[in-house]
Design a protein around this ligand. Structure first.
Ligand code: NDP
Length: 315
């Protein structure tokens, strides 16, 4: 049978390019988990995905209620779940004030981390039941949350601190909207959320890889300077960022190439190592990359897991 893969945020950018690359192999049915049905349908058509290769299901990661509803809908569809790709993200580098999810968590960490955290925790049982030979749970990371790299050292740097803000619920009322308890900074909130994504993947690996055989992985697909992620940035940045990445840092990667990379992590038989963070060199060859000290800190990973579990209503 075809493999069934859920891709969150498949309506644009990396998620869409990945869905397209997987559809073209003819080996996958892609569940495009998105908040905007019409946009996703148009996007799938625009890249030439054949109708029999995908299903669109509603998911708004900025609402835990919606995450639970999505899990129920998926279960009722009767499809086994073979691979889950947590890809969607918001980035608000120019926001002066925080905005919040339905449950009142700061939006970047709430969407990118907490929404995906609940989704993947709830979907783990579904994946355990599938008889697919190579089951995988992939959480897209980023270099910007990784302070052992040049890009990860551009201020403001990711830093979870002692997580007092996260413990307080990130609601901006009686506690801070930032994980470390500091002043709101949209770019930092995004980077912090990516560190949580990478820590979560490793904690999943430690807790479940041996028992379930599921491969847990994260990746940095390269700088895809043309995606919607930068939609809230100032116009001059949006104009100069793609050529800067192409010619100066040479980290630029097209959406199509990045989609092929993520599709490899989904289905390539040689990329089954669990608990790792994939990157690609300039010849587009994959390798297991090092994470920064914070993004591989075992105690922090456990704490992110425990505190996040309480916030999303799991024990
Ligand atoms: P895009 O903005 O193009 O795509 C983000 C996707 O997330 C969109 O489909 C968007 O949906 C979806 N999304 C946002 N909020 C929600 C929500 N509340 N519920 C459901 N879906 C939501 O960005 P990219 O493709 O660049 O980003 C994809 C991933 O790649 C992210 O995890 C990002 O961190 C990572 N990444 C990107 C890099 C880059 O250079 N671009 C570099 C490294 C990592 P909608 O269409 O409805 O807005």
């Amino acid at each position: 049978r075809k493999g069934n893969v859920i891709v969150t945020g498949a309506s644009s950018g990396l998620g869409l390019a990945t869905a397209k690359a997987l559809a073209e192999t003819g080996k996958w049915h892609i569940i495009m988990a998105c908040r905007d049905f019409l946009k996703t349908e148009k996007a799938a058509k625009s890249v030439g995905m054949a109708k029999e290769n995908y299903t669109i299901m509603h998911l708004d990661l900025a609402s835990l209620e919606s995450v639970r509803q999505f899990v129920d809908n998926f279960k009722r569809s009767g499809r086994p779940l073979d691979v889950l790709v947590c890809n969607a993200a918001v980035y608000q580098p120019t926001a002066r004030e925080p905005s919040f999810t339905a449950e009142g968590f700061e939006l970047s960490v709430g969407t990118n981390h907490l929404g995906h955290f609940l989704l993947s925790r709830l979907m783990l049982d579904e994946m355990k039941q599938s008889d697919y030979p190579s089951k995988r749970l992939i959480i897209v990371g980023s270099i910007t949350g990784n302070t052992n790299t040049l890009a990860g050292n551009v201020p403001p740097k990711a830093n979870l601190g002692d997580m007092r803000g996260l413990q307080g619920g990130l609601n901006g009322l009686n506690t801070s909207s930032m994980i470390d308890g500091g002043e709101f900074d949209g770019a930092k909130a995004y980077k912090d959320s990516k560190v949580c994504n990478m820590l979560t993947m490793q904690e999943f690996h430690r807790r479940y890889h041996e028992d379930t055989g599921i491969t847990f992985a994260s990746l940095y697909p390269g700088c895809i300077a043309t995606t919607g992620l930068f939609r809230e940035h100032i116009p001059l940045f949006r104009l100069l960022f793609p050529p800067f990445q192409k010619f100066i840092t040479k980290g630029f990667v097209s959406e199509e190439e990045a989609g092929k990379r993520l599709a490899q992590v989904v289905s390539d038989p040689s990329l089954t190592k669990s608990g790792v963070y994939w990157s690609w060199n300039k010849d587009s060859a994959s390798f297991v990359n090092q994470l920064s000290q914070e993004a591989s800190d075992v105690d922090k990973a456990r704490k992110v897991w425990e505190v996040s579990g309480k916030l999303v209503g799991l024990s």
